[in-house]
Design a binder for this molecule. Structure first.
Ligand code: PMV
Length: 329
């Protein structure tokens, strides 16, 4: 039996603009998915998942069973979750040249599902690591990033960015530009996350920005300005200048808001964080709903978010410098 874990992520800067070739900086956070894998004597797959949302649920699922899993979250979320596990197992079987091997798999995740925190990438990275190790093969974090990206491509019909899987596999702060992903130096980042319990429709939000950018030159300029913020942000990261990072996060949120991808609940949480003297705050990911990320070394932001209308959960999750790692063998 092998247990591996991998972190979720936030976007410190650059979501949406990254779609048009600008750089972006996702960062791994101290919230992990843990996957336990044990080889079976047959070629079947049995998946047991716990705490996949903040409310928590349990699903006993066998890919060969006809029965609907008895769970308290939507079936589509469960089907998607199991799809990611299947794809991760396929990658592990391929890496170990063991196409017929079956597994018992348990997934535990503290990363809210579908909220832009990279929960699926974390589950896929941890799953590939645990399953390959269980078969006696050790992959590098770069190899896991590549295989996890392929697994996501398969589940998401050819639409996946390398950002989430690379960040989860390597940990730390990452610079993404097109298909080029690199780890970059960063100081300790005291992230606080607020979650509104919802999720935006990434496809629709990306299409909305694309339409604005085509219609208005100033919208195209706004996207390019986000790229400038990312470049300044990289310098602030290299200098370890948290105050400057906070100012740039606030600016980045303003431009995302102008592009129409924020929401009332996200803005409420951003303003609650600013009122609580966070160094900065912005939405993270596609927007429309989901999560904000703030920078605050004190407890102020977390406490303020807990009393903010529309905020369902608030938690501290600093920059995680560890990527995918083995926990138990
Ligand atoms: O919400 P997330 O974490 O899947 O991030 C979406 C980021 C976008 O830039 C909006 C889209 C993309 O594919 O890069």
């Amino acid at each position: 039996m092998v247990v591996s874990s991998a972190p979720g992520k936030v976007y410190l800067f650059g979501e949406h603009a990254v779609v048009y070739g600008e750089p972006a900086v996702p960062c791994a956070i101290e919230r992990r998915a843990r996957v336990t894998v044990e080889k079976r004597d047959d070629d079947r797959l049995r998946v047991h998942a716990e705490d996949l949302s903040l409310d928590g649920f349990t699903v006993e699922y066998s890919s060969e069973s006809e029965e609907t899993p008895d769970v308290n979250v939507s079936e589509s979320l469960v089907a998607a979750g199991v799809g990611y596990i299947d794809a991760a197992v396929e990658q592990a079987r391929d890496a170990a040249d063991a196409p017929e091997v079956g597994f018992d798999i348990t997934v535990e995740s503290k990363i809210p599902l579908g909220a832009g925190l990279g929960s699926s990438a974390a589950v896929v990275c941890a799953g590939i690591d645990a399953a390959t190790r269980e078969l006696g093969v050790e992959l590098t974090s770069e190899e896991i990033a590549e295989r996890a990206y392929r697994a996501e491509l398969e589940v998401q019909d050819g639409e996946a960015s390398r950002a989430d899987t690379f960040c989860s596999a390597t940990g730390g702060a990452v610079r993404v530009e097109g298909d080029d992903c690199r780890s970059i130096d960063a100081p300790d980042l005291p992230f606080v996350i607020g979650f509104d319990g919802g999720a935006g429709d990434t496809g629709q939000l990306v299409a909305g920005v694309r339409a604005l950018r085509e219609e208005y030159d100033f919208a195209a300029d706004t996207v390019a300005s986000i790229g400038d913020i990312v470049r300044s942000g990289e310098e602030a990261l290299a200098d370890g200048d948290l105050e400057e990072l906070g100012r740039l996060m606030n600016f980045n949120h303003g431009l995302l808001e102008a592009l129409g991808v924020s929401s009332r609940s996200l803005d409420n949480m951003v303003w609650a964080a600013r009122d609580a003297d966070a160094l900065g705050a912005k939405l993270t990911g596609a927007g429309g709903g989901g999560c904000i990320v703030a920078l605050d070394e004190s407890d102020g932001t977390e406490t303020a978010l807990k009393f903010t209308p529309g905020c369902e959960a608030a938690f501290r999750a600093g920059l995680d410098t560890d990527g995918v790692r083995v926990e138990e063998v």
